[in-house]
Design a protein around this ligand. Structure first.
Ligand SMILES: [Zn+2]
Length: 356
């Protein structure tokens, strides 16, 4: 009988992570400022990145927010993520970029001052427009160095999104991670030209896009679910030690979605709740003129779950009002949302009072 003797091996120290002229040693964390020209006022501009370089080898993950400058939930999700105690035992490297669209964030705007959408400007170029240059910097210094990424979004201005993950589900690992995130809906949405998702996919980086809440507003449920989702994914790719908390939410995976538009201009009274299931013909709200002389129902075109809605009652004909994810299985859809709501209430990740 032979006895296996476990000998303690010394783990060779990981090489430091080099970024933007800085060198972050294994086991350390640093905020690195990536220079990005200057403001028109003369003040220098920089893209701030917090690098958490684990003692042990593992994946390199970026978590980014505010690519659309008015989408602030993700910024708060990253603030909370960076105070999670288990990051001390991180395997691999985390690159946290809470604000990518620097100018948009300051101005509370979705776009850059050149009116371009940063999320249509990837992979960008060094000599292109302002948006293109920022995309290029973020792409080269951060995204291209990573094996995985999570990009955090919210609904647009006056639009609220049910927590959902969007990803390229043809890739098996990406699909597994999208499901593990713990959101009630996973949407296999098509890739758009110039999006970060497309640029990342072309480089073989596994990317999840998380959408939850509304622009310029904090939403505690969206924030908690986002933080927990990132931690779930980090466990799934073995960046965090120990076992992840069990996720009960079995998301519904959706292949297509559709916006229902305003049939007339006027004032919208919404009677449908986010996350509920609706069948074709169901009424989601009414649009009337200010005198109440005309009234039009807004009805569902296809069976599905309400994953996004406007919060602005003043509408013009053609405005996108309700976003329905097409799904036939009503029971599965209702179960996923119910389970998610129950679970998100119980999340205790940090010892902080909730935002109300
Ligand atoms: Zn966005």
């Amino acid at each position: 009988l032979t006895k296996t003797v476990k000998r303690r091996r010394r783990i060779p120290k990981r090489p430091p992570f080099e970024i933007g002229g800085a060198s972050v040693s294994a086991g350390e964390r640093t905020i690195v400022e990536l220079p990005f020209g200057a403001l028109s006022t003369h003040s220098p501009m920089a893209l701030p990145v917090q690098v958490v370089h684990g003692r042990r080898d593992g994946p390199t993950l970026f978590v980014s927010a505010a690519i659309h400058g008015d989408e602030v939930n993700g910024v708060e999700i990253i603030r909370r993520l960076l105070s999670v105690p288990s990051l001390r035992n991180l395997r691999g490297t985390l690159l946290a970029v809470p604000i990518v669209n620097l100018h948009g964030f300051i101005a509370h705007e979705r776009y850059l001052p050149d009116r371009r959408d940063l999320n249509r400007s990837f992979p960008g170029s060094e000599s292109g427009s302002l948006a293109s240059r920022l995309a290029h910097l973020f792409m080269n210094e951060v995204v291209a160095r990573c094996s995985h990424g999570i990009d955090l979004h919210t609904g647009a201005y006056h639009r609220f999104n049910l927590p959902q993950v969007r990803a390229h589900l043809d890739d098996a690992e990406t699909e597994t991670l999208a499901r593990r995130f713990g959101a009630p809906v996973v949407l296999a949405s098509r890739l758009r030209d110039g999006s970060l998702r497309q640029a990342a996919m072309e480089r073989g980086i596994k990317l999840l896009l998380y959408e939850a809440g509304e622009a310029l507003r904090f939403d505690e449920t969206a924030i908690r679910a986002g933080l927990r989702g990132i931690i779930n994914v980090m466990h799934a790719i073995d960046m965090l030690p120990g076992r992840a908390a069990r996720v009960r939410t079995e998301p519904v995976v959706v292949g297509s979605s559709r916006w229902t538009r305003a049939p007339a201009s006027g004032l919208l009274r919404i009677t449908a709740r986010i996350g509920h299931y609706f069948s074709a013909g169901d009424v989601l709200g009414m649009v009337s003129d200010p005198f109440g002389e005309t009234e039009r129902e807004v009805t569902v075109q296809e069976d599905g779950i309400l994953i996004g809605r406007t919060n602005l009652p003043v509408v013009n004909q053609g405005d996108a009002l309700f976003h329905i994810a097409k799904i036939a299985d009503q029971d599965a859809a209702e179960e996923a949302v119910e389970q998610f709501r129950e679970e998100v209430e119980k999340i205790e990740l940090l010892d902080e009072p909730p935002i109300v």
